[in-house]
Write a protein of this length. Structure first.
Length: 274
């Protein structure tokens, strides 16, 4: 199974021992790595043990297209595209985390990727009552900023042609270091689903879009924004720099690293001992 939640389950149970609840567990993994599937399976395994689990995705904190358009006009045109640090409502994430910590009823944000817009608040699932574990998943969850020196060299054509002065990547890096750091500081533990390489990630993301297209077609939904393969290739370049950085840096400090092969099967497990 993707990411092997059966391997993560005993780790989470051990982390719960003597911990203040809810336990906040970050799950970081590149696009297409199966984070959502992993978290749903892990949630079900923990629920079978009588534990209450809330799941929130970093993707569900995306700013609306209108808000991103304003950001793109004010800072840099590349910020019109959702994904990188700077394109999320971090304040909303912190509000939800604080409510969960206080064991207060709270609605968990949800974002409709197919239509690139947040769902109505009334459609957000309500968490009512004490929670034991919060799983917070996302492609950049728990990430840390790069050095200024690392930002100087472009990593792909997008950065060469559309961010030649490095303003976009510098802004993203600063957001990660300042705005996102307090959100990620709420995490008690961090799990990394480590892809074999960024090249594999690109193939996963293409497959992900094809699967979404098929799902929408079978459900009769029309008007959804599905990307072509060429659009996906450009889109994924927005994520490349930070994805490569995470794969280099995060395994040294993640509490649990599950290394995946190209089929998303876990081939190695590394647990950091305190």
């Amino acid at each position: 199974m993707t990411g092997s939640p059966e391997i993560a389950e005993p780790a989470v149970l051990s982390w719960l021992e003597g911990a203040v609840r809810p336990l906040f567990v970050g799950v970081c993994g590149s696009q297409g790595s199966g984070k959502s599937t992993f978290c749903e399976a892990l949630k079900n395994r923990l629920a079978a043990r009588g534990l209450k689990v809330a799941v929130l995705s970093l993707d569900d904190l995306y700013l609306s297209p209108e808000a991103r358009a304003m950001l793109a006009h004010r800072v840099h045109p590349l910020l019109v595209t959702r994904g990188v640090p700077g394109t999320h409502d971090v304040g909303l994430g912190l509000e939800v985390f604080q409510a969960l910590k206080a064991q207060k009823p709270v609605r968990l944000p949800r974002f409709d990727k197919a239509n690139d817009t947040p769902f109505l608040r009334a459609q957000w699932p309500l968490i009512d009552g004490p929670v034991d574990v919060v799983l917070f998943e996302g492609w950049a969850v728990g990430a840390v900023a790069e050095t200024e020196a690392a930002l100087q060299t472009p990593v792909n054509d997008l950065e060469v042609t559309e961010d030649s002065k490095g303003l976009w990547r510098a802004y993203v890096n600063t957001q990660l270091e300042t705005v996102y750091a307090p959100l990620f500081a709420q995490l008690d533990r961090l799990i990394l689903l480590a892809a074999p390489s960024f090249e594999v990630v690109q193939g996963w993301r293409t497959q992900q879009e094809h699967d979404l297209k098929a799902k929408l077609a079978s459900s009769g939904r029309t008007g959804a924004r599905i990307m072509s393969d060429d659009q996906i290739n450009r889109f994924i370049q927005h994520y490349e720099r930070l994805t490569r950085h995470i794969l280099r840096e995060m395994p040294t400090r993640a509490d649990l690293t599950l290394r995946l092969d190209s089929e998303r099967k876990c081939i190695d497990v590394r647990e950091r001992r305190a």
